[in-house]
Every structure is written in C-alpha cells, then in structure tokens.
Design a protein around this ligand. Structure first.
Ligand SMILES: CC(C)(COP(=O)(O)OP(=O)(O)OC[C@H]1O[C@@H](n2cnc3c(N)ncnc32)[C@H](O)[C@@H]1OP(=O)(O)O)[C@@H](O)C(=O)NCCC(=O)NCCS
Length: 179
C-alpha cells in the first residue's frame, strides 16, 4: 500500500502549485479538463464521503459547477493525483470566495481509499498556505462539517479553528489567518 509523506509548510510554499516526492502525490491547480477524472473519483467515493463533502448525496459535478470551481475569479481549486498516475484524481480541495469580504470557504474531498493517510491534513494546510500568495485579501477561512466528522474536526482543530456549537448535526469552523 502506498504511503503518504507529510511535508513541512515551507515546502508547499516553495513549490507553489506542484508537489512531488516518492510515494506521494502531485498537487496542482485544477483545470476544466479534469472534470471527467474528478467525476470518476466521485464515482469511486462512498455515499458517506460525498454526503460529508456536499451535505447532499451528490454523485457528480456538472460542467457548470466544475467550471465555477476552476475559475480563479471565484477562488482556488487544486487536485491531487498519485505520482505514478498523474491523470487519476484522488482528492479535490477548494477555497472559494464567499459573500463576506475577506472570508473564503474550504471544501475538501479525499477519495475513500486515500483517506486516513494524511492527505486531507496536508491539502488543508496547502490551501491555507496558498492564501499568502494567491488570496492576499483572505483573513478568515471557514468550513462546515458534520459534528461526527472526526477527521475533518481534527484537521480544523489542528489549525486553530474556532468551532460553533453543533447545529442540525453540523459545525462551522473559523480559522483566522495570521497577518
Ligand atoms: C475529512 C477528510 C478531508 C480528511 O482527510 P483524510 O486524508 O482522510 O484525513 P487525514 O489522514 O489527514 O487525518 C486527519 C486527522 O484525522 C485523524 N484520523 C485519521 N483516521 C482517523 C479515524 N479513523 N478516526 C478518527 N481520526 C482519524 C488523523 O490522525 C488526523 O489527525 P491530526 O490532524 O490530529 O493529525 C477526508 O476523510 C474526506 O474527504 N472525507 C469525506 C469528505 C469530507 O468529510 N470533507 C470535509 C467537509 S468539507
């Protein structure tokens, strides 16, 4: 089984949008042409994972939705792929503008077979690091997750997030970016 190797934040900053290392993945900016691979990943994900990401039983993204996510005017989206198979998408992370000034919303989906190996933690930190070069106006990152989503809660706590009380089974997290 492949292992995921964690990287210090500085390595992410230095590499900007592309990372590579033995046994690890490539992380790069998402392109509209990735849609088929992104939806193949969605098809390999369990209903639970898709529900955890979207709060709904989404099976796939429409071209319109994916185009919006890839449009840099709306935010930053990256995909991760195994090093040996760069066209296979195994995770998608988005940091999108919100209606609130200086606030971006994080969304992340790691394919089930790759969960629990550190990829979600690394991607979340990568997205936060990208704000320093790609979203200078971002002061706060928000994320909404299930109150039983231990992995996501653990990642968010590790980033110093402030959590709202659970409402309707979900928790809103707020990470204030250091200036
Ligand atoms: C939530 C998600 C992004 C986490 O990514 P991941 O790669 O699976 O998680 P990681 O391996 O990085 O582990 C994250 C944390 O959970 C812990 N963890 C790992 N496996 C765990 C398990 N089975 N139970 C509890 N905690 C676990 C890790 O120790 C780590 O803790 P740390 O941050 O304190 O070190 C991923 O599981 C996922 O995509 N889930 C479905 C979609 C989703 O929930 N998205 C979040 C809402 S937008």
């Amino acid at each position: 089984m492949e292992s995921v190797v964690g990287y210090p934040l500085d390595d992410f900053l230095a590499s900007q949008t592309t990372l590579s290392a033995p046994h690890f993945q490539l992380v790069r900016e998402a392109l509209f042409d990735d849609l088929d691979h992104v939806n193949e990943m969605h098809a390999r994900c369990s209903l639970d994972s898709r529900y955890a990401r979207y709060g709904a039983a989404r099976q796939a993204l429409t071209p319109r939705e994916w185009r919006r996510l890839c449009d840099q005017a709306n935010g930053i989206t990256v995909v991760a792929a195994p090093l040996h198979n760069p066209s296979r998408v195994i995770a998608v992370a988005c940091l999108m503008r919100t209606s609130a000034l200086h606030m971006r919303e994080l969304g992340i989906l790691v394919e089930d077979a790759w969960q629990g190996k550190g990829l979600g933690s690394i991607l979340t930190r990568h997205m936060a690091a990208l704000t320093r070069t790609r979203a200078l106006d971002c002061q706060v990152i928000t994320a909404t997750t299930g109150s039983g989503n231990q992995r996501m809660l653990s990642i968010l706590r590790g980033m110093g997030a402030r959590m709202s009380p659970s409402r309707g089974g979900t928790v809103d997290a707020l990470i204030r970016m250091k200036t």
